[in-house]
Design a protein around this ligand. Sequence first.
Ligand SMILES: C[S@@+](CC[C@H](N)C(=O)[O-])C[C@H]1O[C@@H](n2cnc3c(N)ncnc32)[C@H](O)[C@@H]1O
Length: 304
Amino acid sequence: MSNQIIQDGDYVLIYLDARRTYMVKVQSGQTFHTHKGYLKFDELIGKQYGEPIKSSLGTYFTTLKPSLTDYIMKSSRNTQIIYPKDAALIVMFSGIGPGSRVVESGTGTGSLTTALAHYVGSTGKVYTYELRSEFQKTAAKNLQRSKLIDNVELKSGDITQGIEERDLDAVILDLAVPWLVVPHAYEALKPSGVLVSFSPTIDQVVKTTEALKENGFIFIETVELIMRSMQVERGKTRPQTLMTGHTGYITHARKIFKPRPEEKPKEPLPTEEATSQPQESTEQQQNEMDSAEHLPKLSFYSSI
Ligand SMILES: C[S@@+](CC[C@H](N)C(=O)[O-])C[C@H]1O[C@@H](n2cnc3c(N)ncnc32)[C@H](O)[C@@H]1O
Protein backbone atom coordinates (compact mmCIF):
# COMPACT_ATOMS: atom_id res chain seq x y z
CA MET A 1 0.00 0.00 0.00
CA SER A 2 2.90 2.34 0.79
CA ASN A 3 3.72 2.78 -2.90
CA GLN A 4 0.14 3.95 -3.39
CA ILE A 5 0.97 7.03 -1.30
CA ILE A 6 2.57 9.97 -3.12
CA GLN A 7 5.98 10.81 -1.69
CA ASP A 8 8.42 13.65 -2.17
CA GLY A 9 10.43 12.90 -5.35
CA ASP A 10 7.81 10.64 -6.96
CA TYR A 11 6.63 11.11 -10.51
CA VAL A 12 2.88 11.69 -10.81
CA LEU A 13 0.64 11.94 -13.85
CA ILE A 14 -1.60 14.97 -13.33
CA TYR A 15 -4.82 14.38 -15.25
CA LEU A 16 -7.26 17.07 -16.33
CA ASP A 17 -8.80 15.20 -19.26
CA ALA A 18 -7.59 12.60 -21.82
CA ARG A 19 -5.85 15.29 -23.87
CA ARG A 20 -4.38 17.25 -20.97
CA THR A 21 -2.11 15.15 -18.78
CA TYR A 22 1.21 16.22 -17.28
CA MET A 23 4.03 14.08 -15.90
CA VAL A 24 5.58 15.96 -12.97
CA LYS A 25 8.13 15.23 -10.27
CA VAL A 26 6.67 16.05 -6.87
CA GLN A 27 9.04 18.32 -4.97
CA SER A 28 8.29 19.61 -1.51
CA GLY A 29 7.81 23.41 -1.30
CA GLN A 30 7.28 23.76 -5.07
CA THR A 31 4.26 24.36 -7.30
CA PHE A 32 3.12 23.21 -10.74
CA HIS A 33 1.53 25.88 -12.93
CA THR A 34 -1.24 25.23 -15.45
CA HIS A 35 -3.67 27.41 -17.37
CA LYS A 36 -6.28 26.33 -14.77
CA GLY A 37 -4.23 27.62 -11.84
CA TYR A 38 -1.33 26.14 -9.89
CA LEU A 39 -1.07 23.02 -7.72
CA LYS A 40 0.94 22.92 -4.49
CA PHE A 41 3.08 19.78 -4.31
CA ASP A 42 2.90 19.86 -0.50
CA GLU A 43 -0.82 19.17 -0.84
CA LEU A 44 -0.05 16.13 -3.00
CA ILE A 45 2.51 14.52 -0.69
CA GLY A 46 0.81 11.92 1.52
CA LYS A 47 -2.26 11.61 -0.74
CA GLN A 48 -3.12 8.35 -2.49
CA TYR A 49 -2.78 8.02 -6.25
CA GLY A 50 -6.22 8.50 -7.76
CA GLU A 51 -7.22 11.28 -5.37
CA PRO A 52 -8.34 14.66 -6.71
CA ILE A 53 -6.43 17.88 -6.05
CA LYS A 54 -7.83 21.41 -6.38
CA SER A 55 -5.85 24.13 -8.17
CA SER A 56 -5.52 27.74 -7.00
CA LEU A 57 -8.36 28.62 -9.43
CA GLY A 58 -10.66 25.88 -8.13
CA THR A 59 -10.23 23.32 -10.94
CA TYR A 60 -9.98 19.67 -9.90
CA PHE A 61 -7.14 17.56 -11.30
CA THR A 62 -6.60 13.85 -10.59
CA THR A 63 -3.29 12.32 -9.55
CA LEU A 64 -2.42 9.05 -11.29
CA LYS A 65 0.51 6.71 -10.79
CA PRO A 66 2.44 6.70 -14.12
CA SER A 67 2.16 3.45 -16.07
CA LEU A 68 4.77 2.02 -18.45
CA THR A 69 2.81 3.60 -21.32
CA ASP A 70 2.82 6.99 -19.56
CA TYR A 71 6.59 6.86 -19.10
CA ILE A 72 7.02 6.05 -22.82
CA MET A 73 4.56 8.64 -24.10
CA LYS A 74 5.92 11.37 -21.81
CA SER A 75 9.60 10.67 -22.50
CA SER A 76 11.88 13.55 -23.51
CA ARG A 77 12.45 12.77 -27.17
CA ASN A 78 15.19 13.45 -29.64
CA THR A 79 14.46 10.58 -32.04
CA GLN A 80 11.43 8.89 -33.46
CA ILE A 81 10.24 6.41 -30.84
CA ILE A 82 8.58 3.02 -30.83
CA TYR A 83 5.03 3.50 -29.62
CA PRO A 84 3.37 1.23 -27.07
CA LYS A 85 1.29 -0.68 -29.65
CA ASP A 86 4.44 -1.77 -31.52
CA ALA A 87 6.47 -2.25 -28.33
CA ALA A 88 3.80 -4.63 -27.03
CA LEU A 89 3.99 -6.84 -30.11
CA ILE A 90 7.80 -6.69 -30.18
CA VAL A 91 7.86 -7.91 -26.58
CA MET A 92 5.47 -10.78 -27.41
CA PHE A 93 7.44 -11.86 -30.49
CA SER A 94 10.74 -11.63 -28.60
CA GLY A 95 9.50 -14.04 -25.94
CA ILE A 96 11.38 -12.15 -23.23
CA GLY A 97 10.41 -12.15 -19.59
CA PRO A 98 11.96 -11.86 -16.14
CA GLY A 99 15.63 -12.85 -16.31
CA SER A 100 16.02 -12.53 -20.09
CA ARG A 101 19.21 -11.07 -21.58
CA VAL A 102 18.55 -8.85 -24.58
CA VAL A 103 20.62 -6.72 -26.94
CA GLU A 104 18.87 -3.72 -28.45
CA SER A 105 19.95 -1.04 -30.95
CA GLY A 106 19.67 1.89 -31.45
CA THR A 107 18.80 3.20 -28.06
CA GLY A 108 17.46 6.50 -29.46
CA THR A 109 15.14 8.09 -26.90
CA GLY A 110 15.06 4.85 -24.92
CA SER A 111 11.33 4.25 -25.29
CA LEU A 112 11.63 0.65 -26.41
CA THR A 113 14.50 0.20 -23.92
CA THR A 114 12.08 1.25 -21.16
CA ALA A 115 9.56 -1.40 -22.21
CA LEU A 116 12.24 -4.10 -22.53
CA ALA A 117 13.79 -3.17 -19.16
CA HIS A 118 10.37 -3.44 -17.53
CA TYR A 119 9.81 -6.97 -18.85
CA VAL A 120 13.28 -8.42 -18.22
CA GLY A 121 13.07 -7.11 -14.66
CA SER A 122 15.86 -6.82 -12.11
CA THR A 123 17.10 -10.39 -12.83
CA GLY A 124 17.53 -9.74 -16.56
CA LYS A 125 19.52 -7.21 -18.59
CA VAL A 126 19.04 -5.04 -21.66
CA TYR A 127 22.33 -4.15 -23.39
CA THR A 128 21.49 -1.22 -25.63
CA TYR A 129 23.90 0.08 -28.31
CA GLU A 130 23.78 3.68 -29.54
CA LEU A 131 26.03 5.65 -31.90
CA ARG A 132 25.24 9.15 -30.65
CA SER A 133 26.16 10.17 -27.11
CA GLU A 134 23.59 12.98 -26.92
CA PHE A 135 20.77 10.48 -27.55
CA GLN A 136 22.23 8.13 -24.98
CA LYS A 137 22.14 10.88 -22.34
CA THR A 138 18.47 11.56 -22.96
CA ALA A 139 17.70 7.84 -22.86
CA ALA A 140 19.55 7.56 -19.54
CA LYS A 141 17.41 10.35 -18.07
CA ASN A 142 14.22 8.70 -19.28
CA LEU A 143 15.29 5.37 -17.79
CA GLN A 144 16.19 7.00 -14.46
CA ARG A 145 12.77 8.62 -14.34
CA SER A 146 11.00 5.28 -14.76
CA LYS A 147 13.42 3.69 -12.21
CA LEU A 148 14.42 1.03 -14.76
CA ILE A 149 18.01 2.13 -15.38
CA ASP A 150 19.45 -0.68 -13.20
CA ASN A 151 18.06 -3.26 -15.65
CA VAL A 152 19.95 -1.63 -18.54
CA GLU A 153 23.55 -1.31 -19.71
CA LEU A 154 23.93 1.67 -22.06
CA LYS A 155 26.66 0.97 -24.61
CA SER A 156 28.29 3.45 -26.98
CA GLY A 157 29.15 2.14 -30.39
CA ASP A 158 28.22 1.00 -33.85
CA ILE A 159 26.37 -2.30 -33.63
CA THR A 160 27.10 -3.05 -37.30
CA GLN A 161 30.69 -3.64 -36.13
CA GLY A 162 29.70 -6.48 -33.79
CA ILE A 163 27.89 -7.51 -30.62
CA GLU A 164 30.00 -8.26 -27.54
CA GLU A 165 27.42 -10.30 -25.61
CA ARG A 166 26.77 -14.02 -26.13
CA ASP A 167 23.97 -16.47 -25.30
CA LEU A 168 21.30 -13.82 -25.66
CA ASP A 169 17.60 -14.59 -25.56
CA ALA A 170 16.76 -11.86 -28.06
CA VAL A 171 18.25 -9.17 -30.30
CA ILE A 172 15.92 -6.28 -31.04
CA LEU A 173 16.68 -3.71 -33.73
CA ASP A 174 15.32 -0.28 -34.60
CA LEU A 175 17.92 1.36 -36.81
CA ALA A 176 18.37 2.24 -40.47
CA VAL A 177 20.42 -0.81 -41.56
CA PRO A 178 19.23 -3.85 -39.57
CA TRP A 179 20.40 -6.29 -42.26
CA LEU A 180 24.02 -5.38 -41.45
CA VAL A 181 23.46 -6.51 -37.85
CA VAL A 182 21.92 -9.90 -38.72
CA PRO A 183 25.25 -11.86 -38.93
CA HIS A 184 26.36 -10.40 -35.56
CA ALA A 185 22.98 -11.20 -34.05
CA TYR A 186 23.38 -14.80 -35.21
CA GLU A 187 26.71 -15.07 -33.32
CA ALA A 188 25.28 -13.43 -30.19
CA LEU A 189 21.99 -15.32 -29.86
CA LYS A 190 21.32 -18.66 -28.21
CA PRO A 191 20.13 -21.30 -30.67
CA SER A 192 16.37 -20.82 -30.93
CA GLY A 193 16.84 -17.18 -29.81
CA VAL A 194 14.74 -14.47 -31.39
CA LEU A 195 15.60 -11.52 -33.60
CA VAL A 196 13.00 -8.77 -33.93
CA SER A 197 13.49 -5.81 -36.24
CA PHE A 198 11.30 -2.71 -36.54
CA SER A 199 11.60 -0.76 -39.82
CA PRO A 200 9.50 2.02 -41.29
CA THR A 201 10.07 1.07 -44.95
CA ILE A 202 9.46 -2.11 -46.90
CA ASP A 203 12.87 -1.85 -48.62
CA GLN A 204 14.50 -2.33 -45.20
CA VAL A 205 12.24 -5.31 -44.55
CA VAL A 206 13.25 -7.02 -47.81
CA LYS A 207 16.98 -6.58 -47.14
CA THR A 208 16.59 -7.77 -43.55
CA THR A 209 14.57 -10.83 -44.57
CA GLU A 210 17.14 -11.77 -47.20
CA ALA A 211 19.92 -11.44 -44.61
CA LEU A 212 17.95 -13.59 -42.14
CA LYS A 213 17.48 -16.34 -44.74
CA GLU A 214 21.19 -16.29 -45.57
CA ASN A 215 22.34 -16.34 -41.95
CA GLY A 216 20.67 -19.27 -40.22
CA PHE A 217 17.28 -17.90 -39.24
CA ILE A 218 13.91 -19.56 -39.84
CA PHE A 219 10.27 -18.89 -38.96
CA ILE A 220 10.61 -15.43 -40.52
CA GLU A 221 7.55 -13.25 -40.57
CA THR A 222 6.80 -9.56 -41.11
CA VAL A 223 3.67 -7.88 -39.84
CA GLU A 224 2.31 -4.37 -39.68
CA LEU A 225 0.12 -3.45 -36.75
CA ILE A 226 -2.49 -0.80 -37.45
CA MET A 227 -4.36 0.59 -34.47
CA ARG A 228 -7.72 2.33 -34.83
CA SER A 229 -9.10 4.27 -31.88
CA MET A 230 -12.81 4.47 -31.21
CA GLN A 231 -14.88 7.35 -29.96
CA VAL A 232 -17.38 5.81 -27.59
CA GLU A 233 -20.58 7.61 -26.73
CA ARG A 234 -24.06 6.14 -26.80
CA GLY A 235 -25.58 6.68 -30.23
CA LYS A 236 -22.33 8.12 -31.66
CA THR A 237 -19.85 5.26 -31.26
CA ARG A 238 -17.60 4.84 -34.28
CA PRO A 239 -13.90 4.86 -35.31
CA GLN A 240 -12.20 8.20 -34.83
CA THR A 241 -11.91 10.24 -38.02
CA LEU A 242 -8.13 10.68 -37.85
CA MET A 243 -5.65 7.89 -37.25
CA THR A 244 -1.97 7.10 -37.64
CA GLY A 245 -1.75 5.28 -40.96
CA HIS A 246 1.69 3.78 -40.53
CA THR A 247 4.45 3.45 -37.97
CA GLY A 248 6.57 0.52 -39.14
CA TYR A 249 6.88 -3.16 -40.00
CA ILE A 250 7.91 -5.75 -37.44
CA THR A 251 10.02 -8.66 -38.70
CA HIS A 252 10.82 -11.53 -36.38
CA ALA A 253 12.78 -14.77 -36.79
CA ARG A 254 14.41 -17.62 -34.85
CA LYS A 255 18.05 -18.66 -34.90
CA ILE A 256 18.81 -22.32 -35.70
CA PHE A 257 22.03 -24.26 -36.08
CA LYS A 258 23.24 -23.64 -39.62
CA PRO A 259 23.06 -26.83 -41.71
CA ARG A 260 26.45 -28.41 -42.36
CA PRO A 261 27.43 -28.35 -46.07
CA GLU A 262 26.58 -32.07 -46.43
CA GLU A 263 23.08 -31.43 -45.01
CA LYS A 264 22.20 -28.73 -47.53
CA PRO A 265 19.85 -29.96 -50.31
CA LYS A 266 21.93 -30.37 -53.50
CA GLU A 267 19.06 -29.69 -55.86
CA PRO A 268 16.06 -27.45 -55.43
CA LEU A 269 13.05 -29.39 -54.14
CA PRO A 270 10.43 -30.16 -56.80
CA THR A 271 7.64 -27.63 -56.93
CA GLU A 272 4.11 -28.54 -55.92
CA GLU A 273 2.94 -28.21 -59.54
CA ALA A 274 5.52 -30.70 -60.79
CA THR A 275 4.55 -33.38 -58.26
CA SER A 276 0.79 -32.99 -57.91
CA GLN A 277 -1.42 -35.52 -59.68
CA PRO A 278 -5.19 -35.41 -59.80
CA GLN A 279 -6.38 -37.92 -57.22
CA GLU A 280 -9.55 -38.89 -55.53
CA SER A 281 -10.11 -37.49 -52.07
CA THR A 282 -8.51 -39.79 -49.52
CA GLU A 283 -8.98 -39.92 -45.77
CA GLN A 284 -5.57 -38.25 -45.37
CA GLN A 285 -6.56 -35.37 -47.65
CA GLN A 286 -9.76 -34.95 -45.69
CA ASN A 287 -7.77 -34.74 -42.46
CA GLU A 288 -5.54 -32.09 -44.01
CA MET A 289 -8.60 -30.08 -44.97
CA ASP A 290 -9.88 -30.38 -41.40
CA SER A 291 -6.55 -29.22 -40.07
CA ALA A 292 -6.99 -25.88 -41.88
CA GLU A 293 -4.07 -26.55 -44.28
CA HIS A 294 -6.26 -25.30 -47.14
CA LEU A 295 -7.01 -21.96 -45.51
CA PRO A 296 -5.35 -18.77 -46.75
CA LYS A 297 -1.86 -18.39 -45.31
CA LEU A 298 -2.17 -16.22 -42.24
CA SER A 299 0.36 -14.88 -39.81
CA PHE A 300 1.88 -17.64 -37.65
CA TYR A 301 0.31 -15.94 -34.71
CA SER A 302 -3.03 -14.94 -36.20
CA SER A 303 -6.23 -16.76 -35.46
CA ILE A 304 -9.40 -16.81 -37.44
C1 LIG B 1 14.67 5.41 -34.55
S1 LIG B 1 15.92 5.61 -33.38
C2 LIG B 1 15.57 4.38 -32.17
C3 LIG B 1 14.41 4.77 -31.26
C4 LIG B 1 14.21 3.83 -30.11
N1 LIG B 1 13.84 2.51 -30.57
C5 LIG B 1 13.15 4.36 -29.18
O1 LIG B 1 12.07 3.74 -29.05
O2 LIG B 1 13.38 5.40 -28.54
C6 LIG B 1 17.32 4.93 -34.19
C7 LIG B 1 18.59 5.09 -33.36
O3 LIG B 1 19.57 4.21 -33.87
C8 LIG B 1 20.82 4.83 -33.74
N2 LIG B 1 21.73 4.13 -34.66
C9 LIG B 1 21.71 4.17 -36.03
N3 LIG B 1 22.67 3.36 -36.53
C10 LIG B 1 23.27 2.77 -35.49
C11 LIG B 1 24.34 1.84 -35.36
N4 LIG B 1 24.95 1.36 -36.45
N5 LIG B 1 24.74 1.46 -34.12
C12 LIG B 1 24.14 1.96 -33.02
N6 LIG B 1 23.11 2.86 -33.07
C13 LIG B 1 22.69 3.26 -34.28
C14 LIG B 1 20.54 6.27 -34.11
O4 LIG B 1 21.54 7.15 -33.65
C15 LIG B 1 19.19 6.49 -33.43
O5 LIG B 1 19.36 6.98 -32.13
